[in-house]
Design a protein around this ligand. Structure first.
Ligand code: PLP
Length: 451
C-alpha cells in the first residue's frame, strides 16, 4: 500500500516544517503540531499518512469535479508525455491537444465564445484578462478605457494583477495592492449586509453601485467589470435573482466588457457547464481553470467572445504568453476530463439529482442552533455560523468559531473550509447520495461538539 512508500509521518512533518512555506497557512500553528500529510485519494475520499480516511467536502480546492482516482486521466497523461511531453504554441506552431481542447471549449461555451487563450492557472488567466481588456480598448481607439471594476471580497488569484482584481484586504495589505486602475464595489451579500431590504431590492442596490462607479470614473476610462457568477472564496455569496440581470444591462449600456470568472463555477459546479448559464450572464470573457482538468493538471485560460477576439487578432502580435500556455499534457488531460463529464452526464446529474439532493440535506443543517443560514446553488454552499440566528449577524471575534469548527470537522473525517464564520462546501460532483448523508451527519456532529 502507498502508506509504506513514504517516510514516517513525524519525519515528513519535520522536513516540511524545515523547508516548505505553505500558502495561506498559519505557520506557527502548523509547526506546533505538524501538517497533516495526505498520501492518496479515491472517489471523494482522502487518506492520510496514518491511514485515516477523510471525506473531501471541498473537492481539493473546489477543483476535483470528477473525483479522485480516475485512471483514464493518468493514462492519457502518460501517453501524451511519451508522445509530446512539451511544446508551445508560440511563433506559429500548434499541437493536437491544443487544437482539440480549443475546439471542444468553443463547442461547450455559450454563444459566440469560441476563442481560447491558455494559462497555467486561474491567476495567470486573470492577469491575461487585464491585458486583453486594456489592449482591446486600445485597438478600438479608446486607450483611456483602462480601469477595471471588481468587487470587495472577490477572489481572482494570487499574482499581483489577479490579487488586485480580487477584493481581499488581507492580501492587498501584503505587497502593495491593488495595482493602479483597479477599483472595487460592494458584493451582493444579503445575509449580513442586506439590512431591512428584501433580497430582490438589495440585489438591485448593489448592482446600481456599478453604474455609480462608472459615473464617478467616467465611462471613457472604464475597460471592464469582473466578477464570479457566485462569489466563492469570499464565502459562497449567492447573488439575489435581481443582481446579474442589472449588472449585465449596465455593462452593455455603458460599453464596458463583462468578465465572468468561472474558475470555480465552471464545469458543472452550479448545474450548468458555466455559472454564466445558470445566471443568464452574457460575458465577453470567461476565466477558466480548476474544474477544466478537475485539478489533475495545472491549466487555466480565457474564453473570449468572437467579436472581441477578432479585434485582438487583427491588431497584430498579442505580446503575451506563458511557457506553459496550452501545455500538451495539461490540455490532453483537460480534454479527457471534459469527455468524462459529458459521457457520464455529470453536469446534467448535478442539475437534476445530486444538486437538489445535496441542497435538501444541506438545508436541514439550518435547524442546528449554531446555523443562521444554509445556502447552496448547484453544489457549492455555505453555512452562516451565528450566536443568534434571528439577528443575521456573526460572532464578535470573527473567524474563531469558524476555524474551530473546521478543525472539528477535519478531526471527524470531513474537509470543510471556513471563511470567517462561514463553513464552505464544494464536494466532487460525483459524490453519492449515501456519501452526502455521511457528510451532513459529520457536519452536524462537528457543530454539536462546538456547543
Ligand atoms: N478565480 C477564482 C474565482 C478562484 O476561486 C481562484 C482560486 O481559488 C482563482 C481565480 C485563482 O486560480 P488559481 O489558484 O488556479 O491561480
Amino acid at each position: 500500500a502507498p502508506k509504506d512508500n513514504h517516510p514516517p509521518t513525524a519525519e515528513m512533518q519535520a522536513l516540511d516544517a524545515a523547508h516548505h512555506i505553505h500558502p495561506f497557512s498559519d505557520t506557527a500553528q502548523m509547526r506546533s503540531r505538524g501538517a497533516r500529510v495526505i498520501t492518496q485519494a479515491d472517489g471523494c475520499w482522502l487518506t492520510d499518512s496514518e491511514g485515516k480516511r477523510i471525506l473531501d467536502g471541498m473537492a481539493g480546492l473546489w477543483c476535483v469535479n470528477i473525483g479522485y482516482g480516475r485512471h483514464e486521466l493518468a493514462e492519457v497523461a502518460a501517453r501524451q508525455m511519451q508522445q509530446l511531453p512539451y511544446y508551445n504554441t508560440f511563433f506559429m506552431t500548434t499541437h493536437p491537444p491544443a487544437v482539440a481542447l480549443s475546439a471542444k471549449l468553443a463547442e461547450i461555451a455559450p454563444g459566440d465564445m469560441n476563442r481560447v487563450f491558455y494559462a497555467g492557472s486561474g491567476s495567470e488567466a486573470n492577469d491575461t484578462n487585464i491585458r486583453l481588456a486594456r489592449h482591446y480598448w486600445h485597438l478600438m481607439g479608446k486607450p483611456t478605457k483602462r480601469t477595471i471594476i471588481s468587487r470587495k471580497n472577490g477572489y481572482h488569484g494570487s499574482t499581483m494583477g489577479s490579487a488586485s482584481l480580487g477584493g481581499m484586504s488581507g492580501m492587498h495589505a501584503q505587497g502593495g495592492m491593488p495595482i493602479p486602475d483597479i477599483v472595487h464595489i460592494d458584493q451582493p451579500y444579503w445575509w449580513a449586509e442586506g439590512g431591512d431590504h428584501s433580497p430582490e431590492e438589495f440585489g438591485r442596490i448593489r448592482a446600481a453601485q456599478l453604474d455609480q462607479m462608472i459615473d464617478e470614473l467616467g465611462q471613457d476610462n472604464v475597460a471592464a467589470f469582473i466578477a464570479e457568477p457566485v462569489q466563492g472564496a469570499g464565502g459562497v455569496i449567492i447573488p439575489p435573482e435581481t443582481y446579474w440581470p442589472e449588472i449585465s444591462r449596465i455593462c452593455k449600456e455603458r460599453d464596458i466588457l463583462l468578465i465572468a470568472d468561472e474558475v470555480i463555477c465552471g464545469f458543472g459546479r452550479t448545474g450548468n457547464w458555466f455559472g454564466s448559464q445558470t445566471y443568464n450572464i452574457d460575458p465577453d470573457i470567461m476565466t477558466i481553470a480548476k474544474g477544466l482538468s478537475s485539478g489533475y493538471q495545472p491549466i487555466g485560460g480565457s474564453i473570449i467572445r468572437e467579436s472581441v477576439a477578432q479585434v485582438i487578432e487583427d491588431g497584430g502580435d498579442f505580446n503575451h504568453g506563458y511557457t506553459y500556455s496550452s501545455h500538451p499534457v495539461a490540455a490532453a488531460v483537460a480534454l479527457e476530463n471534459i469527455r468524462i463529464l459529458e459521457e457520464e452526464g455529470i453536469v446534467t446529474r448535478v442539475a437534476e439529482h445530486t444538486g437538489p439532493y445535496l441542497q435538501k440535506k444541506w438545508a436541514s443543517l439550518a435547524d442546528h442552533p449554531m446555523v443562521g443560514e444554509a445556502r447552496m446553488v448547484g453544489m457549492m454552499g455555505a453555512l452562516e455560523l451565528t450566536p443568534d440566528a434571528s439577528a443575521r449577524a456573526g460572532f464578535a471575534n470573527e473567524g474563531t468559531v469558524g476555524l474551530m469548527t473546521r478543525e472539528r470537522c477535519f478531526a471527524n473525517g470531513l474537509v470543510m473550509r471556513h471563511v470567517g464564520d462561514k463553513m464552505i462546501l464544494s464536494p466532487p460532483l460525483t459524490i453519492s447520495d449515501s456519501e452526502i448523508d455521511t457528510l451532513v451527519e459529520l457536519a452536524w456532529k462537528s457543530l454539536d461538539e462546538g456547543m
